[in-house]
Design a protein around this ligand. Structure first.
Ligand code: BTN
Length: 319
């Protein structure tokens, strides 16, 4: 199945004869296989008499060899999984030794922050979970998700998305629309030795929302911003390099050493915001973040500090 898709990923016409010869089945059997691919991965394949078959939208498929060659972490590439974060936790439970990376072409139950789902169509975006061992207790976790955001920001900017910016705690936006998100999940005791799963989702080549899903917030993708398809293997190699660099800085010097750089990339510095925690809301002006990555807000003339994964920030209408 994968070899068929690999041939078709360029979006050009390929004859039944060519496809049949490449995968060693008859011309007649090819259409059946292509229909199975369409159903399994929610793809659109056009069949035109005399010309053959072509994918409606070209794909940049992931290549396990290229990914392993360019990765400082051991890589497992899956075609389809419920969630790369969930798979990473299962690998940990069955004794896999970090650091390691789980990447998938498609997630059927991608997880977002605050119990949301994460749209994860086949072959278009990035679904990436990096597992690290944390032995320095809470200190090593302080600001970690913000540092991951910073590494992702640099990767997006190097790829030409000059306007990308951060929204506390770790959303990546372009023009007010979400382009990437980060979900950290812990396993073990944070006060002792534990493991952290750093889940990263980036909208790379998505052009339309998947048919089966409504995305509950304004979104964009690298392809929409750049106007052309992005090579996902190269993007992942660049992300690996940025993460390796920023995680080392964080481990050696703590979040305090990256705080200013983070604030430079923060889109909502000085803006009036509403911070929501469940049904509660606080209004204030963004002062920045502290040395642990917590949000500093000026509320009624006083500085207050907020942290926690369940918090979410919105711009105040009149800011
Ligand atoms: C957010 O809500 O902003 C966080 C989204 C995180 C999505 C990524 S995709 C890879 C990893 N696996 C998941 O199930 N979620 C994260």
């Amino acid at each position: 199945m994968q070899s068929l898709l690999r041939l078709l990923q360029d979006g050009q016409f390929h004859s039944g004869e060519e496809l049949g010869a490449a995968v060693g089945v008859s011309r007649a059997a090819i259409w059946k296989r292509l229909q199975a691919l369409e159903a399994e991965f929610d793809l659109q394949i056009h069949k035109v008499r005399g010309r053959g078959y072509r994918l409606e939208t070209p794909l940049s498929l992931l290549n396990g060899n290229l990914l392993s060659d360019s990765s400082p972490f051991a890589v497992t590439l899956l075609q389809q999984v419920d969630s790369t974060n969930a798979e990473a936790l299962r690998h940990l439970a069955s004794g896999a030794v970090p650091p390691f990376l789980i990447i998938a072409e498609q997630q059927t139950a991608g997880r977002g922050r605050r119990g949301r789902s994460w749209a994860s169509p086949f072959g278009e975006n990035l679904y990436y979970s990096l597992v690290l061992r944390v032995s320095g207790g809470m200190r090593q976790l302080e600001g970690l998700s913000l540092v991951v955001g910073l590494a992702l920001l640099q990767t997006l900017r190097h790829a030409g998305i000059a306007d990308a910016g951060l929204k506390w705690p770790n959303d990546l936006l372009v023009g007010g629309r979400k382009i990437a998100g980060i979900l950290l999940e812990l396993s073990g005791d944070p006060a002792d030795v534990c493991h952290v799963v750093i889940g990263i989702g980036v909208n790379i080549n998505m052009r339309v929302a998947p048919r089966s899903e409504v995305i509950g917030q304004p979104w964009t993708s690298m392809r929409q911003v750049l106007g052309s398809q992005v090579d996902r293997n190269r993007f992942i190699a660049s992300l690996n390099a940025q993460l390796e660099r920023y995680l080392q800085l964080h481990q050696a010097h703590g979040f305090a050493s990256l705080r200013e750089q983070w604030e430079d990339g923060h889109l909502w510095q000085e803006r009036m915001v509403e911070l929501a925690a469940g049904a509660q809301a606080v209004h204030g002006r963004v002062l920045g973040v502290d040395d642990t990555g917590a949000l500093r807000l000026e509320v009624d003339g006083q500085e207050k500090v907020f942290s926690g994964g369940e918090l979410s920030l919105r711009l105040h209408d009149d800011s």
